[in-house]
Write a protein that binds this ligand. Sequence first.
Ligand code: C5P
Length: 316
Amino acid sequence: MSAQLHSCPRTQTPVKVQAPGKINVHLGVGGAGADGYHELATVFQALNLNETLTLIPGGSSSIVVGGRYGDAEVPQDESNFARKAINLLIAALEDDRDVDVLRDLDIVIDKQVPVAGGMGGGSADAAAALVGAAHLIGGVEESILQECAVAVGADVAFLLHGGTAIGHGRGEKLSPVLTRGSFHWVMATSAGQLSTPAMYARFDELTPDPEPAVVPAEVLTALAAGDPDTLATAAANDLTDAAISAMPELAEVMEAGRDAGALLPLLSGSGPTIGFLARDAHHALDLAVLLQATRGVKEALRTTGPAPGAHVIESH
Ligand code: C5P
């Protein structure tokens, strides 16, 4: 993706930033590298389900979490993804730039992306924090934002850009994907949680000799054509069997979605959220009503993709 300068006047006043959650429209998993990370060939799609962060200069480095998922357990110390991202940006710039305004920021997070569901909510917080912090200091080179994003997590780099993109490596080597129109998703969350490392370890047990990960050409053709029916026949998530083996009820939820007419049940990231692809907005509404009443589904959230990446929505 192109290098550009996020340039704007420096400011001491609060900035409000939005960043989207995501689904992996396709997640191909290959073998593990020497660093233990698996080689991915994935297609991310940013969803119109956003985290909103307000960064307030001159505070006491507090983190307040509210919103729909404000009650979830989100770290409020240095391990919080938003704080981690800002600390990395400070470290990357402090020798050359005045970054003092970033040292005592209060961060208010309006959580609208389910927590620990495989939808990248924490990564969205990091992406939003980077874009907001860049705004507060008058702009930061794209390549530096990208480096800080990757250092927090592979998904963060994608959420800076949004849209739909192929991710290779750990998912951080990105190239944009052409899409037509909007895709309609119903995201079915689960009351339980799945650990990402455990899902990759289970993948290794279930797939001792994995093929190199690929994105099927039909997935890209279907996205370019805005054709959900074809997308449904081509897309897959290679962590699905691992997730089902750890949480067998996911198979029932996927089956219930198919029975309710979903084109495709798709594990989101390493789960446990399942994204159900719908034909259009009406179909999504019907599906959401049926899924909401399904055992094992905590919430059925309707959304669409692609959506824009992290961006400033308000600054005074
Ligand atoms: O990306 P994240 O830090 O959440 O990954 C947590 C763990 O999941 C890694 O330490 C690794 O064990 C596993 N993982 C992997 N391959 C990937 C991504 C994650 O093996 N591409």
